[in-house]
Design a protein around this ligand. Sequence first.
Ligand code: 6R9
Length: 647
Amino acid sequence: MAEAIYPVPSEWAKNALIDAARYEDMYARSLEDPEGFWRGEAQRIDWIKPFSVVKQTSFHEADFGISWFTDGTLNLSANCLDRHLAERGDAVAILWEPDDPKNPERRITYRELHEAVCRFANLLKARGVKRGERVTIYLPMVPEAAVAMLACARIGAIHSIVFAGFSPDALGGRIQDCDSRIVLTSDEGLRGGKKIALKANVDEALKACPGVDTVIVLGHTGADVPMVKGRDIDWASAVSEQSAHCPPEEMNAEDPLFILYTSGSTGKPKGVLHTTGGYSVWASMTHEYVFDYRPGQIYWCAADIGWVTGHSYVVYGPLMNGATTVMFEGVPNFPDPSRFWQVVDKFQVEIFYGAPTALRALMREGDDWVKKTSRQSLRLLGSVGEPINPEAWSWYHEVVGEGRCPIVDTWWQTETGGAMITPLPGATALKPGSASKPLFGVKPMLLDNDGTVLDGSTDGCLVIADSWPGQMRTVWGDHERFFQTYFTTFPGYYFTGDGCRRDEDGYFWITGRIDDVINVSGHRMGTAEVESALVAHPAVAEAAVVGMPHEIKGQGIYAFVTCNAEIEPDEELRRDLIKWVRHEIGPIATPDVIQFTPSLPKTRSGKIMRRILRKIGENDFSNLGDTSTLADPSVVDNLIAGRPQPA
Ligand code: 6R9
């Protein structure tokens, strides 16, 4: 069947910042003359001291290093706030929509945001926070979360945001890993009408973090939460005592900006570190070009600030570009599945950027929820987090966008800082399900398992051949792990962990992770993390976790569990294990299927054969591949016979 192709609508081709010819031209120049290209693009930033060096990067072991605009200095919060004050101080920077639509929205202007950030920055300084120090943020989707991020950037502190859906254990581990002595939180969070006990979670987490001496607590729902004397302080009253004047610190381009923990194929989550200059250029450039953003437009990225998409496309990218950025506290289906589109109408949103998992969930509820809203303000739609299946793409395009709005399917990662492979609305004909073409400076290549470069239309492992400004710089506290994880599978290349197909038109189609990372509702999860949570349970001897296809979540979690000898697994244990994993990691790690098995398929050398488990997880027994190297091939038949069907 021929693939559907959606040409660039003519008004987009005419009016967009970048049309097809300009894209080709800029892309070619970005690869032929990176120095010149980036020297030009970097002018979008207000530098305090201009840089003289553009790019010093190598992916090779002998001279490995990644550094951009090295001798320049800047402050990111000044680029998001101060420089807009003269021209658009009274324009709305953050348009906040609460969880409950009956509660009032908040409109925070650039001037108000600037003042709030200065006061909070002064509070951090008053609590002794210094340049380079790590500040852990565990907040719901409220404007104060953005205030906290920008205040850290203002004084040169490194923020580490932990998604407010993570458990106390996961939070505690992240606080310890980056050695943070200050935590910002709120009494409670609110999502879909349900309260989340954030402060209680912090109290629980801090039992294992004796180094934390300050917790700043935002009153959000007004719940009465116990405060620890000397350690816990009330956000509002502490901030009111602070001056609204706080000069931005002069930061070097390569000074750390933030840490964000993300899952890999092995071990505990890695603290992905981004630095100031390159990240700023990348977040601002990609936000402007991918969304064809012009100041004054109402823009909504529905991601949580706990994920990288929230960092780059709710806060930093839009604010650098003087946008009005919508921040939504709630969930797509509360109070009903019309909520997204009601908010679009309410704020007259022009650009909407969301995740396939939410679209699939809404699609299932039927078109009426969409059709009862107007959505006439929408001009452009975006997708991120996982491959978007053509059915969901078509629904997004036809039903939500009424065939009028291009869809930018943006492929990128926590590690890349911002979008990497994506259509540009005025330049790229769309193929549903394809992230299409690389952005400026991005050189994607496909390799086979042996590292041979593949040409033409083919399937392979997706690598990036050269550095781009928004690239992560290290794993916090473990530079060797950074090199090992990303640059040794294919020496000389950045390995993304994704599989990919390139078609005859040079379009890229991401096929999903090829390492032991699964993507559940657009959230990255290392199978190893779920396994170690399971084996920490006293009844469990061994566990292996794989992804399984899931209609809404994209992938679900399938766990094979072997119990200790004296244990007789039953329904109660299954429920207990599910509760246990939710407690150890958080609700996003809830296993969809747990299959108890007396043993796992292993090679004679004792390695679990995940390939076989994946097939069983997929309910596909036709092509199990070579099972002759198994120590006991009968294990496989037993696994197939005992496969529970998910509810
Ligand atoms: C931004 C973000 C990264 C992984 C990535 C890939 C998958 C993200 C995608 C996509 C296909 C897209 N992914 N966007 N796959 N098409 N448009 O999601 O970062 O949480 O680090 O996840 O997500 O597998 O490697 P992160």
